[in-house]
Design a protein around this ligand. Structure first.
Ligand SMILES: *[C@@H]1O[C@H](CO)[C@@H](O)[C@H](O)[C@H]1NC(C)=O
Ligand SMILES: *[C@@H]1O[C@H](CO)[C@@H](O)[C@H](O)[C@H]1NC(C)=O
Ligand SMILES: *[C@@H]1O[C@H](CO)[C@@H](O)[C@H](O)[C@H]1NC(C)=O
Ligand SMILES: *[C@@H]1O[C@H](CO)[C@@H](O)[C@H](O)[C@H]1NC(C)=O
Ligand SMILES: *[C@@H]1O[C@H](CO)[C@@H](O)[C@H](O)[C@H]1NC(C)=O
Length: 706
């Protein structure tokens, strides 16, 4: 808002450039909302003399506070809290931004009001068509009808009623979500990468009698596993006779989405708005081990997190002229939070067509102004641009000149997309995202500094990076406007405080600046559903969430994520081992496709299971005249010797101590996979499962070593 206001009024950098003193929230809010007015007034005096110059001079984004001092630190535990939260010291954290918007039920109603019934949900029937829009009032009415219909089907309108939603992002997903909130019910998102077994587990654990499901395949997969508590399935898209028959045989009532809406419109059940302390969602996350855990979040948790994020975004926060592209899974809290922030401010959400390969095409059709993004996507754009430059050295020369010019401006806090370089060189990158992006929110994994700076320069828009996890809704830190330095995740947002605690096993001590990141605040969850033990591991008695991530606060008060608290074990001689660190070195061997390092507290050394790289091992074997399939080669002593020597050499080069190096390996011909239960859906090793699976081989290796 400030940037745009400043360039149209064409005035007062003298005012804009004034450093804002003091962390006071009111002062900041006043500054944000009053900035345009102040500019206009100051403009009367200065504008005449310097109008031309100023109109053409880019104006730096104004940071909300001194960028060298971004957090307030208190007490012996060095608790860091937001400069926006003046009561943070007493652990009184921000709960809401608007007095009348304290639940997600309120959020949508606020959006309808401030947008004056503006466009809300957008989609297109197919890639040849334009986006069409449903307005706020219609969305509200349809959500209410759907909710009324669910109540008519026998669901109790209370926060004890959990309802599954299993589908890709779509207007119907959002209608389902707000239908449930309208009757104080709780949404439990289900998603494909969980796998059918996990979906079944969740439906059983949450004792859900009804699931809303988008298509035939998902309905079938649920019916084939059909948990006994499941009684009704609501399908969004049409389904075949065959599936209807299958449902009948399983005793499950199949209803169409439209039917439930119509039923609700007839029955007109009165809405039952939720209270801030009621649960709004249980969000299942798949860890590296065991069953998924249901993270219980209340309306207050979510509203606090969104409100604090909006406050931290300052001038950049969404408003009712914004359009957001929705393509990250709605089962992921990052996407939910971004959408909720847009609804709260009366903006519009357009959904991608469902095929990620057509995302750029959807972007061009929607022309979003805001989009959340994950590093994976930005890395892909970065790689694509880089490889496009290889064809011509002139291209590369121009591109690098463009970037270095924009990087120069970026360092001075100037973010724009109207330089000559944007027209000549960078426009293509901007067009690939529709050409109107002004705010990009990055989260969910670390983003390389070079890629972040590249994207900031190339897109000429504000990119903020946050850090968080589902257990604290989504972001707990977020970079602030005007801070263009990469490789940190900003200071805490005003709904929480952060401290670091010692992890002696890994040699991290809070007193020397590193430790496990712990979070306390209004965004911290209520626990894992029906898992008091696991809840106790994550939430201590004082209400601090232990994230398992290792971080450090930079001198200017921004948080940097360094490491993950790994599974660590002690060997019999008392040395600590971090197997993932060892695996990360061994995996670099050309002969190793997958590796699992194992150690025990009763043994003095480590051993490993290795899945060899088929091609390289076969190539070596052929050269050496060793015949046979991979299974045969796995049992050949020369092959084993080759691989053991190669990884040991790599370990030495990588600085592994001798007790860290494995003393024996077992070669296994079949890959660890999601299907055989040895990898998580995100392709991380499931360590306990691997340990059980390879128990005989591990024992055998230790027996020979003893
Ligand atoms: C919304 O924010 C953008 C960017 O800050 C600004 O250009 C636009 O004028 C704002 N719209 C409204 C209605 O406030
Ligand atoms: C940061 O700000 C606090 C007041 O909020 C002040 O006490 C402290 O000295 C500042 N630190 C630096 C390094 O400027
Ligand atoms: C293009 O150049 C980059 C670095 O400039 C290099 O990493 C990459 O491998 C090259 N790609 C091709 C296809 O030549
Ligand atoms: C430049 O950014 C503004 C908003 O900041 C946007 O309205 C405009 O469409 C953008 N232009 C291009 C070419 O990206
Ligand atoms: C914050 O500190 C880090 C490390 O000292 C530095 O790299 C970064 O540039 C600083 N950020 C700002 C905005 O000064």
């Amino acid at each position: 808002m400030l940037l745009a206001a400043a360039s149209t009024v064409a005035a007062g950098p003298a005012v804009v450039l004034k450093k804002i003193k003091g962390p006071d929230v009111e002062q900041y809010l006043h500054y944000v909302s009053g900035a345009a007015g102040m500019l206009a007034m100051a403009g009367v005096g200065v504008a005449a003399a310097s109008a031309y110059y100023l109109a053409n001079r880019p104006i730096p984004t104004q940071p909300p506070f001194d960028l060298d001092n971004q957090t307030i630190v208190e007490g012996p535990e060095l608790i860091h809290y937001s400069r926006f939260a003046k009561d943070g010291k007493e652990m009184k954290f921000m709960r809401y931004l608007y007095e009348d918007t304290r639940t997600l039920y309120d959020v949508f109603r606020r959006g309808a009001r401030v947008s004056n019934n503006g466009p809300c949900l957008g989609w297109r029937e197919d890639p040849t068509k334009q986006y069409q829009w449903m307005r706020y009032e219609e969305t509200l009415l349809r959500a209410q009808n759907l909710g009324s219909g669910l109540v008519a089907l026998g669901l109790k309108p209370t926060p004890d009623t959990l309802v599954g939603v299993y589908g890709q992002n779509s207007p119907e997903w959002v209608l389902s979500e707000y239908a449930l909130y309208s009757y104080s019910m709780v949404i439990v998102p289900l998603y494909d990468t969980l796998g059918p077994e996990a979906c079944n587990y969740i439906i059983n654990q949450a004792e859900m009698s009804l699931v809303i499901c988008d298509n035939e395949d998902k309905c079938k997969s649920l019916l084939n596993n059909s948990p006994s508590c499941l009684k009704q399935l609501v399908h969004i898209k049409p389904i075949s006779k065959e599936t209807t028959e299958l449902a009948k045989r399983k005793g499950i009532n199949m209803l169409s989405f439209e039917y439930v809406e119509k039923l609700g419109a007839e029955k007109k059940n009165r809405p039952v708005p939720p209270q801030p302390e009621d649960l709004c969602t249980i969000c299942y996350t798949s860890g590296t081990t065991g069953n998924p855990k249901g993270v219980m979040l209340t309306h207050e948790n979510v509203v606090a997190d969104v409100s604090a994020t909006l406050l931290q975004l300052g001038d950049q926060k969404p408003n009712c002229s914004d359009v957001m592209m929705s393509f990250l899974p709605l089962a992921h809290m990052l996407e939910r939070i971004c959408q909720i922030a847009v609804y709260m401010q009366g903006g519009a959400i357009g959904f991608f067509g469902g095929d990620i390969r057509n995302l750029m095409d959807d972007m061009k059709a929607l022309r979003p102004t805001i989009t959340p993004a994950v590093p994976r996507l930005l890395n892909r754009i970065f790689d694509k641009v880089q490889s496009g430059l290889n064809s011509s050295s002139l291209k590369r020369f121009l591109f690098n000149a463009a970037l270095s010019s924009k990087e120069n401006e970026l360092r001075r806090g100037i973010i724009r997309n109207n330089t000559i370089w944007d027209k000549l060189v960078l426009g293509k990158v901007q067009d690939s995202m529709g050409g109107r992006i002004r705010l990009l929110v990055v989260g969910s994994a670390p983003l390389a500094g070079s890629v972040l700076t590249f994207m900031r320069c190339a897109l000429g828009c504000v990119i903020v990076e946050g850090y968080g996890q589902t257990e604290c809704v989504a972001p707990t830190t977020l970079t602030v406007q005007g801070d263009s330095t990469p490789e940190h995740v900003g200071p805490p947002i005003p709904c929480c405080a952060i401290k670091l605690v010692d992890v002696p096993d890994m040699n991290y001590y809070a007193a020397s600046g590193h430790g496990e990141i712990c979070i306390k605040g209004t965004n911290v969850f209520k626990g894992y559903f029906k898992e008091p033990e696991k809840t106790k591991e994550a939430l201590d008695e004082d209400g601090w969430l232990h994230t398992g991530d290792i971080g450090t606060f930079l001198p200017n008060g921004t948080l940097k994520i360094c490491d993950r608290k790994k599974n660590i074990f002690k060997l019999s001689q008392g040395e600590y081992i971090a197997p993932e660190k060892i695996e990360n070195i061994y995996i670099k061997s050309q002969y190793v496709a997958q590796v699992f390092v194992h150690g025990e507290s009763l043994k003095s050394c480590t051993v490993a299971v290795i899945v060899p790289d088929v091609e390289n091992v076969k190539f070596y074997a052929e050269e050496q005249g060793i015949p046979g399939t991979l299974s045969v080669l796995c049992n050949h002593p020369d092959i084993k010797q080759l691989i053991l020597k190669d990884i040991t050499d790599l370990g030495k080069k990588g600085g592994l101590k001798s007790f860290e190096q494995v003393k024996d390996i077992y070669l296994h011909p079949d890959a660890f996979s999601v299907q055989n239960g040895l990898l998580t859906p995100t392709l991380k090793s499931k360590r306990p499962e691997l340990r059980t699976y390879f128990k005989p081989q591990l024992e055998d290796m230790y027996m020979k070593l003893d």
